[in-house]
Ligand binder design. Structure first.
Ligand code: ZN
Length: 500
């Protein structure tokens, strides 16, 4: 009887093997992939963390490595379809797509040694917001059509909890928008003014002396730079004064007033020009104006087909506010090819020159290292709205500006926790280590000494927890913090946990 039973089972198995039904592949899952971060942590369980820094600029991207599994019998190649799901603001490095519900990216792993390096980031959100939670889904399909789907959380730390505003008033003047009237549209005005305000929100500024009406003389071009008009401020102003004008040709630009006058503060000279002009040019027949300021819509802007007013003004006003030879400090920076700005060199890893037309060059070595973006045509991610970057701001300081160093894009990483609470043997213990600054997908580790027996430090969260069995006494431990910046320096801090 038993023999017969075995024979029946074997027959059934043989049949199943010899008749490969379409459902056979579906019943067998493809192998799961591993995802490692730059610290060789496997993020399969915890997931990953992004940050949306204070201010409207390109956020840091994080690099991850997707690896083929270290198991035998895998049917290569493996096709991998990634989606960063939850908001249109998520993006992957190219090649990839942006969609209304998140970014997608596909690649193939050809063998056990293969891997794919993926960069993930989130587009900035205008104004304040809450921390966000999205998900990374990864569908793997093997050569036989078997699939497996893995998901892991994407946490987004939103640093801008209260709206960041420029600390001095800005006046806008549209009286000379008489050629095309682009700025008659309230949406265009709002997008343009928001871009200007986004720039000034990064500056550390004190009030200036009042500029009397008519005192600030400037000029605005007509089409083809003909029929220039002479301008001056219509009313007194205390902060900055910005002229906007639309023209039909040949290009958009921006510049500071070149009248020899500089702002004063309590009668003392400052390096700042008193006013700025921004020219908007586009071909109305070929392109549409994109004026949405909803960051859920930003991915629909397209430099080839529409003129995204915010992105264009961010770029052109950049020439007015810093990237122009009429700023003595910037002219000097350009002359020295950036070799005297140690802060920029430390950030990017090498000097950043300025080209003949007042731009940070558009090729890859000059893309902002941490975000992978640039305010130009190409960068690591799909180019949509031109974004201000940390690199562009650090270089802009050469015009004479002072950045607000208390904003999160400029904070160096630091461990904030001052001391750790005492532990009691046999009683559950939990303490949260806290840090700020840098790129906050932190890695926490014990770098010296040891935690009392039974306590462990979570590398991702910085939480020390467990129930100790250690004898009464003092346990010195050195904690190391690394932020998610490959050029970052690990920090250490010494703590003592007393068991008693
Ligand atoms: Zn430009």
């Amino acid at each position: 009887m038993r023999k017969t039973g075995v024979a029946v089972v074997l027959t059934g198995l043989a049949l199943a093997l010899s008749v490969p039904l379409p459902s056979a592949a579906q019943g067998r899952a493809a192998p799961e992939l591993d995802v490692f971060d730059i610290f060789y942590r496997n993020v399969k369980e915890y997931g990953v963390q992004l940050v949306d820094w204070q201010g409207y600029l390109a956020n840091p991207s994080i690099e991850l490595t997707v690896r083929a599994p270290k198991v035998a019998g895998v049917a290569y190649p493996l096709k991998v379809d990634l989606k960063a799901e939850g908001t249109s603001r998520l993006m992957f490095n190219l090649p990839s797509e942006l969609t209304a519900t998140g970014a997608t990216k596909s690649f193939t792993l050809t063998g056990p040694a293969d891997r794919e390096i993926v960069r993930l980031a989130i587009h900035s959100k205008q104004g304040p917001g809450r921390d966000e939670r999205h998900k990374w889904t990864m569908k793997t399909t093997d050569a036989k059509g078997a699939t497996v789907k893995q998901t892991l959380p994407i946490r987004v730390q939103q640093d801008e909890k209260r709206k960041l505003e420029p600390s001095v008033p800005i006046d806008f003047d549209y009286r000379y928008d008489t050629i095309t009237g682009y700025f008659a549209d309230p949406g265009t005005r709002k997008a343009a003014e928001t871009a200007v305000r986004n720039w000034f929100a990064f500056f550390d500024l004190e009030p200036f002396d009042t500029v009397p009406a008519g005192d600030e003389v400037s000029h605005l071009p007509g089409d083809d730079w003909q029929n220039e008009v002479k301008t001056s401020n219509a009313k007194p102003y205390d902060g900055f004064y910005v002229f906007f004008r639309g023209i039909q040709t040949p290009y958009s630009t921006g510049y500071p007033a070149d009248n020899g006058k500089k702002h004063t503060r309590n009668g003392e000279a400052t390096p700042y020009h008193r006013s700025f002009s921004t020219i908007l040019e586009y071909d109305e027949a070929l392109m549409k104006l994109f004026t949405s300021l909803s960051d859920d819509d930003w991915y629909r802007s397209d430099l080839g087909e529409v003129i995204d007013v915010h992105g264009l003004v961010m770029h052109e006003f950049g020439h007015a506010v810093a990237y122009h030879d009429w700023w003595e400090g910037m002219a000097k920076y350009k002359e020295s090819k950036g070799r005297d700005d140690q802060e920029v060199i430390d950030y990017q890893g090498y000097p950043i020159p300025i080209d003949g037309s007042g731009h940070i060059p558009g090729d890859q070595p000059y893309w902002d290292r941490i975000s992978g973006q640039s305010g130009g045509w190409h960068h690591v991610f799909p180019t949509r709205r031109w974004e201000l970057t940390k690199l562009a701001l650090l270089v802009a300081e050469n015009a004479g500006w002072k950045l607000n160093r208390s904003l999160t894009p400029f904070l160096a990483p630091s461990i904030e926790t001052a001391a750790l609470r005492n532990a009691t043997a046999g009683t559950a213990y939990s303490e949260q280590l806290r840090a700020k600054g840098g790129v906050p997908f932190y890695d926490w580790q014990v770098a010296g000494g040891a935690l009392p027996e039974g306590l462990t430090l979570d590398r991702f969260t910085g939480r020390i927890s467990g129930t100790t069995t250690a004898a009464a006494g003092s346990y010195p431990v050195t904690v190391q913090l690394r932020d998610y910046d490959k050029l970052g320096t690990p920090l250490t801090k010494q703590f003592t946990i007393t068991v008693g």
